[in-house]
Ligand binder design. Sequence first.
Ligand code: RFL
Ligand code: PHB
Length: 389
Amino acid sequence: MKTQVVIIGGGPSGLLLSQLLATRGIDSIVLERKTKDYVLGRIRAGVLEQGLVRLLEEAGCADRLHAEGYVHDGTLISYGDEMFRIDFTEHTGTPVIVYGQTEVTRDLYAAREAGDGKIEFEVEDVVIHDADTEAPFVTYTREGEPRRIDCDFVAGCDGFHGVSRQSIPRDVRREYEKVYPFGWLGILSETPPVNHELIYANSERGFALCSMRNATLSRYYIQCSLSDKPEDWTDDAFWQELKRRIPADQAETLVTGPSIEKSIAPLRSFVTEPMRWGRLFLCGDAAHIVPPTGAKGLNTAASDVHYLYTGLRDYYETGATDGIDSYSEKALKRVWKTERFSWWFSSMMHRYPDQSAFDIKMQLADLEFLRSNKAAQKAMAENYVGLPY
Ligand code: RFL
Ligand code: PHB
């Protein structure tokens, strides 16, 4: 087989790239290790920046998002029983949209299928060959049969555990990592959200987040120990703990119910440099991870897709190579700023095992400064709604 761009990974990065390329008549094949149902069963992000919304519009996949997504003009931050609001629209003129990653992925699959996009599911043993030459190719196995695709470029959109990053030689790659000493236990429940905006809560017992998918579906998280297992937490224990971590007036109105999903995610900051090696380009979680505080993972994947898509578009339409040549540098500049924001917001909101009384006072001072200072609120709002690209 032959195509212009082989895209490894059928998550949001890979599908969005493939759909955007298709709008310019650029041919791609997506290789996905899992089934479509498996990919759509993963509960992940919930908050979309305008940049991602614009890309989805350009890809022709934003109708349902505009009909069903919720516009959020601000977010709430609490510490103990104190709570304040950061107004995104006042400070930046831009809201965020609450619309689940699952739905974004579903819309992208629908568009690829409607446009006869080529997606191979349940592929195994994907290997990238000759990425440092003019003639790269990718081999893999499907239904026991070995297969090969020749291409101009390879996009590595295969997430943190994929093969693309590992295909860049060890002596070319530099990796930067911070592993946090806790995780997030998340549940999804068919209950109305406790508040119409998200609440990020700092409490003596650890962080909590009240989020949602729609008026009848809530997503809640509590900071947990890395040794905890989801089955250690009954629904009742989860709700009791959540109530202790959010302001009393919110806890009183919280509607509880059975969980329909429960999972634990570890927290990590990670960046690999460079994001390009020859004709291989890394996109999204394949190149970087942020802790979920601040909702930047999917959104940063989207800014990578924008830089790569515009670079490839210019190459195919005019022969210009400056877009693809500057891909890694441009993407990384923005990646590091979102890494800083996610690290800062995480550091201010969680309890750390080795935290001193002084460290806790610093968190509270940071929160009170943010609560009282318009410039700090503007900086927070600009980061939360997404830095420009
Ligand atoms: P994905 O979504 O991991 O998709 C990669 C795809 O590649 C496939 N794959 C392979 N395919 C072929 N061959 C191989 N060898 C392969 N290896 C892997 C995988 O099966 C998969 O389908 O990466 P992508 O597309 O870069 O997208 C990144 C986002 O999924 C991620 O950044 C966000 O989910 C992070 N995140 C959040 N981001 C936000 O912007 N806002 C949020 O509110 C937010 N909340 C979250 C989150 C992530 C979470 N978890 C569980 C990590 C909340 C949580 C709890
Ligand atoms: C979510 O709704 O899953 C969510 C929202 C905001 C975050 C992280 C996750 O910062």
